[in-house]
Design a protein around this ligand. Structure first.
Ligand code: SAM
Length: 276
């Protein structure tokens, strides 16, 4: 017999949660995600001292302002790391830096969007890769980093990471961009690196109160949780936010249906170019 759960979550409760999550943030929670949803929601039920999932759902309905973002934060999957999928950073340095230098030699303005930035490792990796090529005050180089989850964004803004998480960085980069704390357990992104990035909460399914055009949009390991319709709509919106010839970079297991997204061309390694 399966061990008794701490809180009851009926199929009806799970389907209610699944539908709310899909409607608000596009994340698809299949039946196989029931255990994961239970364990994440159980933390909220415990923290609020409620009796079961149904009680949590009605609490959420009557305390939307306070609880909804906690609920969404509990559901999102935020796995990330510095220089994850390093071939994208090689491509930045080897191919895109020379191209951007040439293209923007007059306006000297570079704009990058890290959409679904999680706790910041991705936008900080982009900044570390590009800051030395686009130095101030000659260049106006900025990164917009957005996520739906307010907890990970707070972590990203603080820029404090365990020493272990920066071990993949080469020692020059680690010395140049990070400050060690006294206990030597953590390190902090320095103000210089931090100043290239503007962090903002943004739901990719909602309105985007942001200004383009961007030269590059990173949206890696985000659409893996979306269905085809949501992906198609999102990619079409990205195309409008990119300058002509700009790039959209997806995660390793993500792809685009180019028959539908005729405005993009595949360049390999999950990199796509906006044909405009
Ligand atoms: C697995 S992380 C990927 C982080 C980083 N891009 C990387 O590849 O390492 C996925 C992120 O997408 C965010 N996300 C999921 N749905 C979203 C939505 N509708 N709007 C904005 N961000 C979303 C999650 O909160 C999470 O932080």
């Amino acid at each position: 017999m399966a061990p008794q759960k701490e809180f009851l979550m009926t199929t009806e409760d799970f389907h209610y949660i699944r539908d709310v999550v899909y409607d608000t943030c596009g994340i698809v929670l299949g039946e196989h995600k029931k255990e994961m949803v239970y364990s994440r929601i159980a933390r909220r039920i415990r923290a609020l001292r409620l009796t079961d999932c149904k009680a949590y759902i009605s609490y959420m309905d009557s305390h939307k302002e306070q609880e909804f973002s906690n609920f969404i934060n509990a559901i999102t999957t935020n796995l990330t790391s510095f220089f994850r999928e390093s071939h994208h950073f090689d491509y930045l340095t080897e191919t895109l830096v020379p191209e951007l230098k040439e293209l923007h030699k007059k306006d000297r303005r570079i704009r990058i969007w890290s959409a679904g930035c999680s706790s910041g490792e991705e936008p900080y990796s982009i900044a570390m890769t590009l800051a030395n090529h686009f130095k101030r005050p000659t260049w106006d180089f900025k990164i917009l980093a957005t996520d739906l989850d307010s907890n990970v964004l707070e972590k990203a803004k603080k820029g404090i990471y365990t020493n272990e998480s920066v071990t993949g960085l080469n020692s020059d980069a680690a010395k140049h961009w990070f400050l060690r704390d006294k206990s030597n357990q953590h390190c902090k992104v320095n103000d210089d690196l931090r100043s290239y990035i503007h962090f903002k909460r943004l739901n990719l399914l909602a309105k985007w109160p942001i200004k383009g055009p961007f030269d590059i949009i990173f949206c890696r390991n985000v659409v893996i949780y979306f269905d085809q319709t949501t992906k198609d709509t999102l990619f079409a919106r990205y195309a409008k936010m990119l300058r002509k010839g700009g790039y959209l970079i997806l995660g390793h297991s993500e792809s685009m249906n180019l028959k539908k997204q005729t405005q993009f061309k595949a360049l390999g390694k999950t990199i796509y170019q906006n044909l405009g």
